[in-house]
Design a binder for this molecule. Sequence first.
Ligand code: C2E
Ligand code: MG
Ligand code: MG
Ligand code: MG
Length: 280
Amino acid sequence: YAKSEGGNAMRFFEAAMQATITARATLESELRAALAGHQFLLHYQSQVTSEGRIVGAEVLLRWQHPTRGLVPPFGFIDLAEETGLIVPLGFWVLEDACKQLEHWAHHPGRRDLELAVNVSARQFREEDFVQRVREVLDRTGADPTRLKLELTESLVQNNVAATAEKMKSLAAMGIRFSMDDFGTGYSSLSYMTQLPLNQIKVDKSFVQKIGDDPKVELIIQTIIGMARNLELEVVAEGVETRQQLAFLEKHRCTLYQGYLFSKPVPLAEFEAQLDPEIIA
Ligand code: C2E
Ligand code: MG
Ligand code: MG
Ligand code: MG
């Protein structure tokens, strides 16, 4: 009768829950081992001007898993956030990117390249975030003016004054800031006036509706216009088609990033894009 059915459903539910908990625990211990065992690496996705010049790249985290192959962020970023592992992982990303910047600083054709590094809310909110970034810069010798930190709107929530203060300390070192996935999160335009931002990134969910949705096109135009008035750069992310590019160029976006130019690729492939004449 009903009670025993309920009991069966409950046992099934508990078994499913247990399986989920076990899988999460496995993934968590794998993540810890991966961090200790150098299984993470960065891919580089170029950012280009409307003339097609590569000004730099966004670095995107990848996990070279011993059996599952290359794992993209959606397979582990959420758990890394929940467990706090995103903090050491995020600093590893920052340090690796800074080492690369320092390396390029000695190469005439590459010393102007910029790298954009994603920073999670959890990492940014660490008490000693500013100090640790300073230490990474000191340790690697990277030029802070070549570094851009990508923040998301979720980070600002309820915390504009504290966020602004940290950003200003970092900006004083020469670091620049981009608001990632602009318009998809908690959007309060008031923070735009309070944070020392240099750039906003139009989210790919908007870019991908160009040609299909006139209202989204108007939103993109509005974002670009607002950015121009506030003297911010605008990067369009997720540019996949010539049509999307033509629309964005018509409205004078600053920089473009997307599969139309390149997917995120390993360092050597990114560097090959910088020297196209070498590829015979
Ligand atoms: P994001 O920062 O918005 O990065 C852009 C994402 O869009 C990347 O996905 C990139 O591969 C993808 N993308 C770029 N161009 C195109 C395109 O033309 N079409 C399509 N369909 N996708 C495109 P990815 O590498 O899977 O990263 C996903 C998210 O994971 C990132 O979104 C970012 O939020 C997070 N993430 C990646 N690396 C890091 C990291 O080092 N630290 C932190 N905290 N988060 C990271
Ligand atoms: Mg990003
Ligand atoms: Mg983005
Ligand atoms: Mg996005």
